[in-house]
Design a binder for this molecule. Structure first.
Ligand SMILES: NC(=O)c1ccc[n+]([C@@H]2O[C@H](COP(=O)([O-])OP(=O)(O)OC[C@H]3O[C@@H](n4cnc5c(N)ncnc54)[C@H](OP(=O)(O)O)[C@@H]3O)[C@@H](O)[C@H]2O)c1
Length: 272
């Protein structure tokens, strides 16, 4: 599979390195374009991919053209590609908030996949939600699935609104988890742990609990009940979290991020 990546930043690099690591394609089949020469040199030296300064030259070389620039420069990057992308090429956008319609009109191209990956993609543990236009053929769909699958899990949806919704959950979600972890670590320090031990305890507790939930296949409430001895210590902690409004705060976060993603999606570009 020949892949052109427009924008060799954090996500562009994550995609290139994952495609190579997972054997989806080889380094010589990947071309990356970026405005910054040092960045291109770094990508070439580190991942041995082909690099080109001009987006239009890169785009010509991919069966799949991945748009991985920041939302603020998307219009400019698309303007350089108008009339360049052939009808049989697939455009796969990871630009947060940029709708299928925006990409389609901006490029004058119909075969478009819009996806929303997340930052754990950098270590192959991401999750992406993606939608495709009707003109994306089964072979292109499979290519999109392979590319996003290299970043972690991928979920195809038939309606684009789920991509906006996922932006608020899995796209922004790592930030929620990091905030929770930060607060958890600080709480451990507050009761007297040294910071390194506080971090190890908090991190492994989150990792272990998530993996336990995945492996057991049980509902989280059931797992929570298993550690909640009547009249014990856990119930005291849980009660404090409930009265501080943890559940309501989660709902507020999801709704606020979703509303913002929809508002920004109707403007020109947006950001996670
Ligand atoms: N990070 C995430 O968690 C995440 C998750 C899902 C989706 N996304 C989306 O992924 C996209 C990329 O995010 P990122 O975190 O990888 O951003 P990033 O690190 O800033 O990468 C973007 C790269 O594109 C370069 N660039 C700017 N203008 C360009 C142009 N006209 N042509 C070619 N390259 C250009 C940038 O160079 P300069 O540094 O000089 O500007 C930069 O190297 C964003 O649209 C974001 O919404 C990100």
């Amino acid at each position: 599979m020949k892949v052109a990546i427009i924008g060799g930043g954090t996500m562009g690099e994550a995609i290139a390195s994952s495609l190579i690591r997972k054997g989806v394609t080889q380094a010589q089949n990947i071309v990356v374009s970026d405005l910054v020469q040092e960045r291109l040199k770094y990508l070439k030296d580190t991942h041995h991919v082909k690099v080109i300064e001009r987006n239009s030259e890169a785009a010509k070389q991919g069966q799949v053209v991945i748009m991985a620039v920041k939302p603020q420069v998307l219009q400019q990057a698309m303007a350089e590609l108008v009339g360049i992308i052939r009808p049989n090429q697939l455009v796969l956008s990871i630009v947060a908030g940029a709708t299928i319609d925006t990409i389609r009109k901006g490029l004058g191209h119909d075969a478009v996949v819009r996806s929303i990956p997340n930052t754990p993609a950098q270590i192959g543990q991401g999750i992406s939600v993606w939608a495709a236009t009707g003109t994306v053929n089964p072979i292109q769909r499979d290519m999109a699935r392979q590319i996003l699958g290299a970043l972690g899990k991928e979920i195809y949806v038939t309606e684009e609104k789920y991509v906006d919704m996922a932006t608020a959950i899995s796209g922004s979600g790592p930030a929620y988890v990091f905030l929770f972890l930060e607060a958890f670590i600080d709480a451990a320090v507050h009761i007297g742990f040294q910071r390194p031990m506080a971090q190890e305890l908090a991190l492994q507790t989150v990792l272990g609990s998530a993996m336990f939930m995945e492996k057991s296949g049980k509902h989280p409430a059931e797992l929570r009940n298993m550690v909640t001895t009547p009249g014990g210590t856990t119930v005291e902690g849980l009660q404090a979290l409930e009265s501080a409004g943890l559940r309501a705060a989660m709902v507020k976060a999801a709704v606020a991020a979703y509303e913002k993603s929809r508002t920004l999606g109707s403007e020109k570009g947006s950001a996670i």
